[in-house]
Design a binder for this molecule. Structure first.
Ligand code: HBI
Ligand code: FE
Length: 284
């Protein structure tokens, strides 16, 4: 089916994936035999580098769940991961050719199906790839789908996204995705840690987000979060901090309509809008 692919942000660059092989819901089969040895080597090297950076910076819940991905020396078969993921939290991962439009994305999350891009970056893109590839999605997103409370939050987020889409508030709700599931920080017993996939799969942003005095860190507040625009191709200027995954699940319980109204009446903030210092979270 020829579907019009979605592209993040303002860039008009054609997306990487081959969308002609996508079904109506944008999912496709993981073409595992198409991976080259160079692809498997890239995955292995990314996994080795990133897993060595986690201690003291990544959420302990993430570190505990990471082995659930299984193999680390090659790109895993999604079916193998699903054999463990389904009994754990009722989720499964499904292959997609790349970024997909907002509504099908929300519909997949609402039905506990996480879209995982099935191509991997080229060796020359080792340090940075513009669109999420299979390493970002598998290493960054999938381990915490084994965590029951976080997994329930992602499903509830998807259900909220369908409602938001029909209210024309998809962009506002995508900021909540960005500042929690992609770039969220959490206060754990041992201190501030990263749980967002965009941070956990990045060799540079992991240390920056947790330790840099230049970054602004504020306690998650839904209105403030959904007012704050985000940066796609640079470290975040602002990180939102939670105390637990239960807190994430609980704040998404109420109907968001009044929150969208408050966000619209107060107006947008740039990613690095600074708050009065008293509300920033100090390190340590
Ligand atoms: N598509 N495959 C894929 N992965 C994403 O993370 C993704 C997407 N489409 C839209 C999107 N994310 C964001 O706009 C969400 O906040 C909706
Ligand atoms: Fe992501």
């Amino acid at each position: 089916m020829a579907v019009e692919p979605v592209v993040y942000g303002a860039s008009e660059r054609p997306p990487r994936g081959d969308y002609s092989r996508a079904r109506d819901d944008y999912t496709c089969a993981q073409n595992w035999s198409a991976y080259t040895q160079a692809d498997h080597d890239t995955y292995r090297r990314l996994y080795e580098r990133q897993s060595a950076l986690l201690s003291g910076l990544a959420s302990q819940a993430f570190i505990d769940a990471l082995p659930s991905l299984g193999v680390r020396d090659r790109i895993p078969r999604f079916d193998e991961i699903n054999e463990r993921l389904r009994p754990a939290t009722g989720w499964e991962i499904v292959a997609v050719p790349g970024l997909i439009p907002e509504l099908p994305f929300f519909e997949l999350l609402a039905s506990r199906r996480f879209p995982v891009t099935d191509w991997i970056r080229k060796p020359e893109e080792f340090d940075y790839v513009v669109e999420p590839d299979v390493f970002h999605d598998l290493f960054g997103h999938v381990p915490l789908l084994f965590n029951p409370v976080f997994a329930d939050y992602v499903q509830r987020y998807g259900a909220g996204g369908i409602k938001a889409h029909h209210l024309g508030a998809g962009e506002l709700l995508s900021r909540l995705y960005w500042y929690t599931i992609e770039f969220g920080l959490i206060r754990e017993a041992q201190g501030l840690r990263a749980y967002g996939a965009g941070i956990l799969s990045s060799s540079g942003e992991l240390r920056h987000s947790v330790t840099s005095p230049r970054a602004q860190r504020i306690a998650l507040d839904l209105v403030r979060c959904m007012r704050t625009r985000y940066k796609i191709d640079d470290y975040q200027a602002t990180y939102f901090v939670i105390d637990s995954f239960q807190q994430l699940f609980d704040v998404t319980a109420p109907d968001f309509t009044p929150i969208y109204a408050a966000v619209r009446s107060l107006g947008e903030l740039s990613a690095d809008a600074s708050l009065a210092s008293d509300s920033s979270i100090t390190l340590g």
